[in-house]
Ligand binder design. Structure first.
Ligand code: RTP
Ligand code: MG
Length: 140
């Protein structure tokens, strides 16, 4: 299996409830190393651009409002099959549909305030990592 990197965000609903450590423990326990991490408060422009693929969706404006409502923790996770592994650990977008033991089942408040973001492909992971991190900030 390939060693991959994926991009992760611990969203404002989770940072607000001091869940960063609990979420990181799940990543680390499951073979994902945190090779870059920083706590930031995203600007509206940055959040709008990040979620541009959803610009036409009815939830876009609410989503941007939510993502700038408090600090987030942006991360690069590294490990075997990291993209798919992280999606599995996160669980379904809507916590009502998320499997037992997943981050969203454990912690998400709603389909929007769902505690974490994870890249959905290796290609998008590279784009998203480059959007938030300089090369020297990632220490594998
Ligand atoms: P993410 O991009 O955050 O990892 O989540 P995802 O792939 O599971 O879900 P996606 O379809 O890409 O949607 C991005 C984020 O938009 C919010 N959302 N709200 N109100 C709604 O119906 C709705 N649907 C999606 C969620 O915060 C979702 O994670
Ligand atoms: Mg997505």
């Amino acid at each position: 299996m390939a060693i991959e990197r994926t991009f992760s965000i611990i969203k404002p609903d989770a940072t607000r409830r001091n869940l960063t450590g609990a979420i990181n423990a799940i990543f680390e326990k499951n073979g994902l190393a945190i090779v870059a991490q920083k706590r930031i408060w995203m600007s509206r422009a940055h959040a709008k651009k990040f979620y541009e693929v959803h610009a036409e969706r009815p939830f876009y404006n609410d989503l941007v409002d939510f993502m700038v409502s408090g600090p987030v923790v942006v991360q690069v996770l590294e490990g075997e099959n990291a993209v798919a592994k992280n999606r599995e650990l996160m669980g379904a977008t809507n916590p009502a549909n998320a499997a037992e033991g997943t981050i969203r089942k454990l912690f998400a408040e709603s389909i929007e305030a769902n505690s974490v973001h994870g890249s959905d492909s290796v290609e998008n992971a590279a784009i998203e990592i480059a959007y938030f991190f300089a090369g020297y900030e990632i220490v594998g």
